[in-house]
Ligand binder design. Structure first.
Ligand SMILES: [Zn+2]
Ligand SMILES: [Zn+2]
Ligand SMILES: [Zn+2]
Ligand SMILES: [Zn+2]
Length: 229
């Protein structure tokens, strides 16, 4: 099964398109940054080994003899059932039984976390640093630390690492960059933006001229017709 980490790595580059925090379980290394390993062990998803999102407990009578709580993330379970012909993930059998653990969801949504985008930035920096032998590169751009339930709101509204479209997109600039880099782009490429606007203004003017000619022709036609009578 694909872990959350793989998906996250690919996810970050296309975040200008999609902003919401998905239903998948949470990256363990990310949550571990501000939490105790032992405490987090209670929240491990048995399917993906990450931190459960929307936890459910599997309670089929077939596993009555097992002592540990069988906790999995709801989306991991749904995915597992879909790809395994509805067979239970604990032991292969049909009619898997499970229920939501709301109290655990509450505990999880209260976990303290840092900004997930900054976390990904830090990972990249560490990789790079290893290559460059101890040189410090990269910096902290987003200082967000808060409850897990607040992360969505943060990513959507005030994260400086949020990817935005250039203001001149309607005129044809396809540049996408994090919020904090946008100002640089706007100033650095001012000439290009100016040209784009001029170009679309010119074509707008041509359109206006075309309509003016049309209106003139219509009037002329009617005028000419009247005179003929
Ligand atoms: Zn999971
Ligand atoms: Zn079962
Ligand atoms: Zn952030
Ligand atoms: Zn631009």
């Amino acid at each position: 099964m694909k872990s959350m980490e793989d998906k996250k790595g690919q996810g970050l580059k296309i975040e200008a398109v999609s902003d919401s925090f998905e239903q998948q379980c949470f990256d363990r290394k990310w949550v571990l940054k501000l939490n105790d390993q032992e405490y987090l062990n209670n929240f491990t998803c048995l399917i993906c080994r990450q931190i459960v999102n929307s936890p459910v407990e599997i309670n089929c009578p077939q596993h009555d003899n097992l002592e540990e709580a069988l906790v999995v993330g709801e989306s991991c379970l749904t995915q597992f059932l879909n790809t395994n012909n509805n067979s239970c993930p604990i032991q292969p059998h049909e009619n898997c039984r499970y229920y939501k653990i709301k109290s655990m969801q509450k505990q999880i949504s209260n976990l303290s976390v840092m900004c997930p985008r900054q976390f990904q930035e830090d990972i990249k920096t560490v990789d790079y640093r290893n290559e460059k032998e101890g040189q410090t590169v990269g910096m902290t751009i987003c200082n967000f630390k808060g409850k897990l339930r607040e992360v969505n709101e943060h990513l959507k509204n005030d994260c400086p690492l949020k990817f935005l479209n250039c203001w001149f997109k309607p005129f044809g600039c396809d540049h996408i960059c994090p919020k904090y880099e946008l100002e640089d782009h706007l100033t650095a490429d001012m000439k290009m933006h100016f040209e784009l606007v001029t170009k679309s203004f010119n074509s707008l003017q041509q359109t206006i001229q075309f309509y003016q000619v049309c209106i003139f022709l219509v009037f002329f036609f009617f005028f000419f017709k009247k005179k003929k009578k």
